[in-house]
Design a protein around this ligand. Structure first.
Ligand code: ATP
Ligand code: SKM
Ligand code: MG
Length: 273
């Protein structure tokens, strides 16, 4: 046997041992998840993850390799989060709410927390048209934008792999969008007061429907007319006033778990379990 063949054999043995240990770790993680569910404890714990990453470095004898092992372990923990999320939430998590309620920002945070892919309807439209939403409104008008929005919503609803599905603020204006979303998703309404929305988005001119009149009054008036639509569509409601993005994301996970416990969602939604 050449030296290279000999070394490859040793690496293969390491991989075999790694696979067995990783398999065991994932199985234990699933047991921990069930236990936490029973005890109604939060499933995703950032502090614990930081501790685990730090700790694994201390088990590495060669200081030159410590950071690399920590880096690899971060990926292991991400997989652990993903496997838990898949089991807990076998449906798209769809965020709806008025402009500035935090759909995109919370969607990105949730995507990190749950190791689930995040897709923003407005971004998909922008990529396809190679134009900003405001330019689409300006060049083609709102009706064309709404048609593009409905097409993307329908497509995303049919995706096989579950996603954090961030809609645009006006998605509720078309009943068909909500029907499509509800086929495979749970709808989370992010609520915010007009004053809070104004504070968040007043310096941002990119929203075409508020471009010419960015004011608390205009937001109140639009919000008022859409409130019954959000209310009707929502499976869950999270009030976001005076909560930061991380708090909002944790609350969404907690409420989704409650839905799961009450078995309200599985019959209607479950995909690729
Ligand atoms: N809970 C929160 N606390 C403080 N700021 C927030 C919160 N949620 C979102 N923001 C901020 O508000 C702004 C608007 O958020 P975001 O773009 O996520 O809203 P959106 O619901 O996606 O709006 P749109 O419908 O226009 O796409 C961002 O600057 C974001 O950082
Ligand atoms: O509330 C709305 O009607 C909109 C919200 C944004 O997400 C964009 O989809 C667009 O600016 C329209
Ligand atoms: Mg957005």
């Amino acid at each position: 046997m050449t030296r290279l063949e000999d070394l490859r054999k040793k690496v293969d043995l390491c991989d075999r041992q790694l696979a067995a240990v990783l398999e065991k770790r994932l199985e234990i993680i699933m047991e921990i998840m069930e236990e936490k569910k029973l005890q109604k404890m939060p499933i995703f714990n950032k502090e614990r993850e930081e501790k685990v990453i730090n700790q694994i470095g201390h088990y590495v004898a060669n200081p030159d390799l410590r950071e690399e092992v920590r880096f690899i372990h971060q990926h292991v923990l991400q997989s652990c989060r993903r496997i838990q999320s898949k089991r807990l939430f076998p449906y798209h998590i769809t965020l709806v709410g008025f402009m500035g309620s935090g759909k995109t920002t919370v969607g990105v945070e949730l995507s990190n927390m749950l190791a689930m892919e995040q897709i923003d309807v407005d971004r998909v439209i922008e990529e396809r048209m190679n134009m900003r939403v405001s330019e689409i409104f300006q060049l083609y008008g709102e009706q064309v934008f709404r048609q593009l929005e409905s097409n993307v919503v329908e497509e995303l609803s049919k995706r096989e792999n579950v996603i954090i599905f961030c809609s645009g603020g006006g998605v509720v204006l078309n009943e068909k969008n909500i029907e499509n979303i509800k086929e495979t998703g749970v709808i989370v309404w992010l609520k915010a007061s007009p004053q809070e929305i104004y504070r968040r988005i007043c310096d941002d001119q990119s929203r075409p429907l508020l471009k010419d009149n960015m004011s608390v009054d205009k937001i109140s008036q639009m919000l008022e007319s859409r409130l019954p639509l959000y209310e009707d569509a929502a499976d869950l409601v999270v009030n976001t006033d005076e909560k930061d993005v991380e708090q909002v994301s944790h609350e969404i996970v907690e409420q989704l778990m409650q839905l799961d416990i009450n078995r309200k969602v599985h019959h209607r939604h479950a995909i690729n379990l």
